[in-house]
Design a protein around this ligand. Structure first.
Ligand SMILES: Nc1nc2c(ncn2[C@@H]2O[C@H](COP(=O)(O)OP(=O)(O)OP(=O)(O)O)[C@@H](O)[C@H]2O)c(=O)[nH]1
Ligand SMILES: [Mg+2]
Length: 413
């Protein structure tokens, strides 16, 4: 679908990031954009999940002396948005398929890749290339590279390893993808099929309008209903300067729960990662499956205000105690710019969807656990948007909210 812009003769290409849920598509686009010094447009994200797309444009490099303009977009990975994904796959010049190479996600990754290959086979003209960006390589259960190569041999994809949360390998995968896209442009040009136009993916706002109008894929029995929040106001992209990472050596009164919270902080592996932008704030993903997250607006001018907010937030956590996953805490930390931030530290736990996909739970059992979690939240007036992707189950078989707790509302900042 590449086109030649009649005004400046630029070759316009689309690079689409596809892959299973939580594989690292959004992280990859954000890492790429940071390298380009560009801002990403993310019309909406819910609990860190893409709802429409992440979109960034970049002009760089040349093809036959003409400038190259890239339209880069990631699709939402969740099954219910499959039609939104299809629009991008139908227009892509190349796909960067972000695969989740953690053991428990591998079956889903292969399923999604095969689905992609089937869809691309229906596209007329020169075949669309696929780069397999093997992500989550820092995870202890990441499959060995040889195993990936064997499993992917039949799929005819280029493999590039990555750790998208810190940008490792992302640029390499993109550069490879551009080469594949240009091979395709050359072939289409030779066949006289290269059209003129200004854009491949379309005008961003128009695409957003089209996506909003698409029917949501009918939810399978185990999938949660989609609520009206999907069409809420777009969230702005985060500001450019990341806050300092929170110190694990927090002063007394700045971590909750007071003792267990400090134990959680003590269990965090030593790290030197820098804070990266998340669609809804800031985060660090630490080895060993720990997520450290701060909501965008959770910044306070002085320590007293931040402590006040921490106390309010701790109240929510305390009320939610029975349904919250155990390995977590909340804290206040200096942000490195004369302010203070609230952070939450949450251990990654398998979600109901992941357990269902892995065959550990039947869809009926997952639905029942989700219903129990929602019932508990309603009874205790807890604003946790329980879903298959943020509820798990503990060793005693009880549902546990394993996602991010929303920021405390109101109060002086
Ligand atoms: N440790 C580690 N964490 C990662 C890596 N890549 C992404 N993450 C984290 O994994 C989580 C999901 O990443 P996203 O980029 O939002 O995933 P996505 O594919 O866009 O997910 P959907 O929008 O739901 O389809 C985030 O917390 C990321 O910080 C990685 O290579 N290593
Ligand atoms: Mg995403």
């Amino acid at each position: 679908m590449a086109v030649v812009d009649p005004e400046d003769h630029a070759i316009v290409l689309s690079v689409v990031y596809d892959g299973p849920p939580r594989a690292g598509k959004t992280s990859s686009v954000y890492a790429l954009a940071r390298g380009f010094g560009r801002e990403v447009c993310t019309p909406e994200a819910r609990d860190g999940r893409t709802v429409f797309f992440d979109w960034v444009e970049h002009t760089g490099g040349r093809f036959d002396g003409n400038p190259l303009r890239c339209e880069i977009a990631s699709v939402p990975g969740q099954r219910r948005w499959v039609r939104r994904r299809a629009l991008f796959l139908d227009r892509a010049d190349v796909i960067v398929f972000v695969g989740d190479t953690r053991a428990r996600a591998w079956a889903t990754t292969l399923d999604r890749l095969h689905d992609l290959v089937r869809r691309l086979a229906l596209r007329p003209g020169t075949p669309v290339g696929v780069v397999f960006q093997a992500n989550h390589r820092d995870h202890p259960t990441a499959l060995p590279l040889d195993e990936l190569r064997t499993a992917l041999a039949a799929a005819r994809v280029a493999i590039v390893e990555s750790t998208a949360h810190d940008g490792g390998g992302v640029r390499e995968a993109f550069v490879f993808a551009i080469r594949l896209a240009l091979d395709r442009v050359r072939a289409e040009q030779a066949a006289g099929r290269l059209a003129t136009g200004r854009t491949v993916l379309g005008d961003r706002d128009e695409v957003l309008g089209v996506l909003r109008g698409l029917a949501v894929e009918p939810a399978p029995p185990e999938e949660e209903p989609v609520d009206a929040a999907v069409d809420a106001t777009p969230t702005p992209t985060p500001v450019a300067t990341p806050p300092a990472p929170p110190s694990v050596d927090v002063p007394v009164g700045c971590v909750w729960p007071p003792v267990d919270g400090r134990i959680v902080l003590g269990a965090l592996p030593p790290h030197r990662q820098t804070v990266t932008a998340a669609p809804d704030g800031w985060q660090l993903q630490l080895p060993g499956g720990w997520r450290v997250h701060s909501w965008r607006d959770a910044r306070y001018r002085d320590l007293d205000r931040a402590r006040g907010a921490l106390i309010a937030w701790a109240g929510t956590h305390a009320r939610a105690g029975d349904v919250l996953s155990a390995r977590r805490c909340v804290l206040v930390a200096a942000d490195g710019a004369s302010g203070w931030r609230l952070w939450q530290v949450v251990a990654d736990e398998p979600t109901l969807r992941e357990r269902t996909d892995a065959g550990d739970l039947t869809p009926a059992a997952a639905t029942a656990l989700l219903a129990a979690a929602r019932h508990h939240c309603a009874r205790h007036d807890l604003a946790l948007a329980c879903a298959l992707d943020n509820v798990g189950v503990d060793d005693a078989g009880r549902p546990r909210f394993v996602g991010l707790v929303p920021a405390p509302v109101g109060g002086a900042r």
